[in-house]
Design a protein around this ligand. Structure first.
Ligand code: ACM
Length: 538
């Protein structure tokens, strides 16, 4: 049995109940059990006194070095910003040294702790005098803060003062992720999503310890990032979207701001320019990129597979070099995604030739290639990451091709379309989304194992870097629509990416998921109330 389940029984035995956790204040301190967290923590040891925040609670930042202390204080300020509106408490952020009143409070300790915590792990200890979160690296401390957030009653997420006893159950959580890569993708091309829409999504992802945001910045319907050396890509190629709306694009300043925001939430941004197919917006912007020298019209439909860069023309590689150089300069992250999917208007020989040159350009500008799994049909560069988006109906030859690349060192990110494509309808009544990969209810989305998913084709778990949930936007334009399709499936993706395989169990997961309902509601997340999940009434 997963350890977290055993610990739930212990919490109940210790007399701590989750009942009434979201109710108003009076009475003894109810506390959410320590394991009622998504994604499920690796190890939970409940016990001891709970801690209740008071108007005098301080956030104390402490580090192994000055830089660590500064970073811990930054994360402390972020935590205070989350907690102040609903608690109404001042929650000053300071350093414990020389502070005679520093015994009680929320302590954030960076640069110390067990080596096994790695780059993203943390330890959270809760007792009578406070909560202490310890991590070796900032990302770990940040993830620990997200756990603390979830241990507080759901109204903590509201933006106005709530009359609630802010109690955290006693005990210890020691937590590290199963997979290093836990991603979400936004297609900002089919429908343009504003900086504020993307920032809101980033905040929602951070709560569930997602650490990668893949931005699909170009497609047939729109080019969404300013490129100084090819300005019409954005000003003309970005001027529409599916259905013919005005579209839009990010200026470089806006894009830098977006990346900085993601970085502050410990998400790495992976920009994607999809090539050589999915390029109508670019081809429409510059006639010389077309083999016949004629620019096609802008496209606002939803067909795929009809466009291609002109592989034999040298100007194509000037374009690729300029775009990749400018995008790499905007990217502190390691990866640059060059698409490579559905290149049905490109011959196989041209595809292979193009990918050889495009991948070399990515390396020239210091980035590692990521691409959809079709790049395994070319020659993936050393260290490349291939994103598998096949599904149950995908043929064995295609799986074998991916497995052969994995054997040669290509790392895989898994995005099975009938499991984690967030644009797939839940069932036939879902008003948004598509169904080409099948309906994907919340249980189906959760109930698979990334470690063994491609084992039948010969892919070992060690080749799996992680998982990612793409949200394609042919049918989606607003944040409410994004939320309805992403939530609650995204929580299952987060859990598959983070939690130990041994804790995987739909029947217990659905209870923890149900407990997230009031939290999502408090956050204003317009999630799908799946009938498979026992959401609390109200
Ligand atoms: C894809 O869904 N075409 C990657």
């Amino acid at each position: 049995m997963p350890r977290v389940v055993g610990s739930l029984l212990l919490v109940v035995a210790a007399g701590v109940s989750s009942i009434g956790a979201t109710g108003p204040a009076p009475g003894p301190a109810p506390a959410r059990p320590l394991d009622q967290v998504v994604p499920a923590p690796e190890r939970v040891r409940p016990g001891g006194s709970p801690y209740t925040l008071t108007p005098a609670t301080r956030i104390l930042a402490d580090g192994a070095s000055r830089a660590d202390t500064r970073e811990a204080a930054r994360i402390g300020s972020y935590l205070a910003g989350l907690l102040r509106p609903s608690t109404g408490y001042a929650l000053p952020v300071g350093e414990p040294k020389g502070d005679r009143n520093a015994r009680d409070g929320i302590r954030l300790r960076l640069g110390t702790g067990d080596r096994n915590l790695g780059t993203e792990g943390y330890r959270l200890e809760s007792g009578r005098h406070g909560v202490t979160i310890t991590a070796r690296e900032p990302a770990g401390l940040f993830h620990g803060v997200q756990t603390l957030r979830q241990l507080l009653p759901a109204p903590v997420e509201k933006r106005s003062t709530q009359r609630v006893r802010w109690t955290v159950a006693g005990g210890t959580i020691t937590d590290t992720p199963r997979f290093a890569y836990r991603g979400a993708m936004l297609d900002v091309s089919r429908h343009f999503l504003t900086v504020d829409q993307v920032k809101l999504y980033i905040d929602q992802l951070a709560l569930y310890k997602i650490n990668t945001l893949h931005l699909h910045l170009s497609d047939d319907q729109g080019w969404r990032i300013a490129v100084d050396s090819w300005p019409r890509l954005a000003t003309y190629g970005g001027s529409t979207q599916v259905g013919g709306g005005p579209g839009g694009y990010y200026t470089k300043a806006q894009y830098r701001d977006l990346v900085a925001y993601a970085t502050s939430r410990h998400l790495e941004v992976i920009p994607e320019i999809d090539m050589p197919g999915h390029t109508n917006a670019a081809l429409a912007s510059y006639a010389e990129l077309n083999c016949d020298g004629v620019a096609p019209p802008l496209y606002t439909g939803t067909a795929v597979g009809f466009s291609s860069l002109c592989v034999p023309k040298e100007v194509t590689y000037d374009f690729v070099d300029d775009v990749v150089r400018e995008l790499a300069a905007l990217t502190p992250g390691r990866y640059l995604h060059i698409g490579g999917d559905e290149a049905h208007a490109t011959s196989h020989a041209d595809y292979v030739a193009f990918m050889d040159r495009a991948q070399a350009v990515v390396a020239k500008y210091g980035k590692t290639v990521a691409g959809w799994h079709q790049i395994t049909g070319a020659t993936p560069a050393a260290g490349a990451v291939a994103q598998y988006w096949g599904y149950d109906a995908t043929g064995s030859a295609e799986r074998a091709q991916v497995a052969a690349a994995a054997k040669k060192g290509t790392r895989l990110v898994l995005s099975p379309a009938d499991r984690v494509y967030l644009d797939m309808k839940y069932d036939r009544s879902t008003p948004l989304g598509q169904s080409w990969a099948g309906y994907t209810e919340v249980d189906r989305s959760y109930d698979w194992d990334p470690g063994t998913y491609l084992a039948g084709a010969g892919v070992p778990e060690s080749a799996v870097l992680g998982i990612e949930a793409p949200l394609w936007t042919e049918t989606i334009a607003t944040s409410d629509q994004m939320e309805y399709m992403a939530f609650p499936r995204l929580l299952g993706v987060a859990e598959l990416g983070w939690s130990p395989a041994a804790s995987h169990d739909w029947d217990t997961y659905k209870l923890r998921l149900a407990a997230q309902g009031p939290r999502m509601t408090a956050l204003g997340i317009d999630y799908y109330r799946s009938p498979l999940v026992p959401w609390p009434a109200g």
